[in-house]
Design a protein around this ligand. Structure first.
Ligand SMILES: [Zn+2]
Length: 238
């Protein structure tokens, strides 16, 4: 015989299950640390050639959709946005890092700090997340006059309407540490902010291993200084 207690229990059980489906997506350590292959990851899409200079460039679906909207609006205003680098996994980043470690001189601590002016330690890059990309040219000077300045001015005015912002802006009262300014690097805040929060919950310095000079991850506190050394969302007051 069914008791009312059992029915109440079943209702609670079901609502509990429903509630869990509404939880925000959780990211695995592999997603956060870039131990992924975007070509085989169901949440990523390959970019069409009109959006990128790369043969194989990938972004998360949601980010790609938002980028396409921004790209079209830019095109309507006579601005041509082109992605020169999108998702990079940890092993790719290790290649960049180890090459610089070998070619940069100086004592190890200084060397790590010099590489970190513009390059991430493997496992700490926002490019691992599929939420961030580099646009048009990897030099601030490109964006300071002529066509580059037009592009940068357009992005500064319009990118936030599509969810994008420049996390590595010049140091300011809010952003006091981390990489130098990168006018080319843009981030999809609605998703990247979730990744950053998850990163701070799940990743530890013990996860940042397996590359030259990896002991400097902890010594230089790269999670605090670099992963979290980003600007605030520009419309945060709205
Ligand atoms: Zn970048």
């Amino acid at each position: 015989m069914r008791s009312p207690g059992l029915i109440v229990f079943l209702i609670l059980l079901c609502s509990g299950a429903n509630f869990s489906f509404k939880e925000p997506p959780t990211y695995t350590k592999a997603d956060l640390l870039g131990d992924i292959n975007p070509a085989e990851h169901r949440d990523f899409k390959k970019l069409r050639s009109k959006y990128t200079t790369k043969e194989n460039a990938y972004l998360r679906d949601e980010v790609y959709d938002a980028f396409k909207g921004m790209w079209k609006a830019a095109e309507d205003d006579g601005i041509r946005l082109i992605i020169v680098s999108a998702t990079r996994n940890r092993s790719y980043q290790s290649g960049i890092w180890n090459r610089k470690w070998t070619s940069f001189g100086g004592d190890e601590n200084t060397r790590a700090e010099r590489i970190l002016q513009y390059s991430s330690m493997p496992g700490t890059s926002r490019h691992h997340w599929g939420t961030d990309f580099d646009l048009n040219a990897l030099e601030n000077s490109y964006f300071e006059n002529g066509e580059g300045l037009k592009i940068y001015t357009w992005l500064s005015t319009n990118a936030a309407k599509f969810g994008f912002y420049q996390p590595y802006i010049a140091f300011n009262n809010y952003r006091e540490q981390g990489y130098r300014e990168e006018k080319w690097h843009w981030s999809y805040f609605p998703l990247a902010s979730k990744f950053q929060r998850a990163y701070n919950h799940l990743v530890e310095y013990g996860d940042l291993k397996g590359f030259d000079g990896d002991q400097y991850a902890n010594k230089l506190e790269v999670i605090d200084a670099y992963v979290n050394g980003v600007d605030a969302w520009p419309n945060k007051g709205n």
